[in-house]
Design a protein. Structure first.
Length: 315
């Protein structure tokens, strides 16, 4: 009777211990009555990942981090032991991504499944990736902006320095003079525009007459379009006739005749031939002049004394 009581107390203690271990494991996320697989992931840094952090696939929790320790090869890499509590097949080349699960910076692992046809087995190692933290992401975004802002500030300083060098006292005086000249130019332009408006107003009637004349000319041309076509046709015919005519030969003949006449004139001037001798012989000219004078005297004598040369007789 005494031993039965001790055996019962021992059984109760064993059951209580088993329930305690099961409850403690359950509270830590381990289910002793469910098949589990253990996978490994090796990181250069874990960014605050700790044991019992959840492991999920597409947002659904499928396990947790069971252990974290340094690689025994003393390389400084960190080995993360992942306990998977789902029967879902995980393709090889899948990636265990460490990411921030909330704004407080709590870490978790998301298994990004690949499209490999082969699946991992218990004890295999997954590929790894670490998502940048909010601070790192902000720094990554701010650093380029900071660099650009610094470059912009340096550029502004350079521009201000250049402006100070350019806009010295002499430059300001020149700028003031230029602005005055521009103002005067605009005033002249306004005056010219006003004068042009007055001229247009004064010549409005004349412009209207000119436009009317132009319209009349246009109408006349339109009314005589057939005649203009005939004139152009006739001019085209004349052009064709002139093109067909042997104008060069005609001009050649004219040049030849002119040359012959020039030769004859030259011979006459040189006293060659009868005409040349007649024109160029001064003695012949005097004889002819003297004969003309004597003939004139003879005619005058005949007129004055006709009886000397003509006798009338009735019988």
């Amino acid at each position: 009777m005494k031993y039965k009581r001790e055996i019962g107390i021992g059984l109760v203690f064993i059951v209580a211990l088993a329930l305690f271990v099961w409850g403690f494991s359950y509270l830590k996320g381990f289910n002793l009555f469910k098949e589990q697989r253990v996978l490994y992931a090796v990181y250069e840094r874990v960014s605050g990942l700790t044991k019992a952090n959840p492991v999920s696939i597409n947002g659904l929790k499928v396990g947790q981090v069971s252990d974290i320790y340094f690689n025994p090869d003393f390389s400084g890499e960190i080995v993360v032991e992942i306990t998977i509590e789902t029967d879902m097949p995980i393709p090889k080349n899948s990636v265990a991504l460490i990411y921030s699960s909330d704004l407080m910076g709590s870490k978790a692992i998301n298994l990004q499944l690949s499209d490999d046809s082969l699946f991992v087995n218990n004890g295999d190692t997954l590929g790894t990736k670490v998502e940048a933290s909010l601070k790192e992401a902000v720094n990554q975004q701010i650093q380029p902006l900071k660099a650009k802002a610094e470059e912009l500030i340096m550029s502004i300083d350079t521009v201000v320095t250049v402006i100070k060098q350019i806009f010295n006292e002499q430059a300001r005086e020149n700028l003031t003079s230029s602005l005055t000249s521009i103002e005067q130019a605009f005033a002249n332009l306004e005056s010219a525009s006003y004068n042009l408006d007055e001229m247009v107003a004064a010549e409005k009637i004349r412009l209207a007459e000119i436009m009317s004349n132009l319209e009349s000319i246009t109408s006349t041309i339109r009314e005589n379009e057939d005649n203009i076509d005939n004139i152009l046709t006739n001019f085209s015919s004349i052009s064709d006739s002139l093109a067909k005519a042997e104008i060069p030969q005609t001009f050649a003949n004219i040049n030849k005749v002119v040359g012959d006449v020039a030769g004859i004139v030259e011979k006459i001037n040189n006293g060659e031939g009868s005409i040349g001798m007649l024109i160029n012989d001064e003695g012949l000219y005097r004889d002819l002049q003297q004969s003309a004078e004597q003939l004139h005297l003879l005619m005058e004598d005949i007129r004055v004394n006709p009886k000397r040369y003509v006798r009338f007789s009735l019988f």
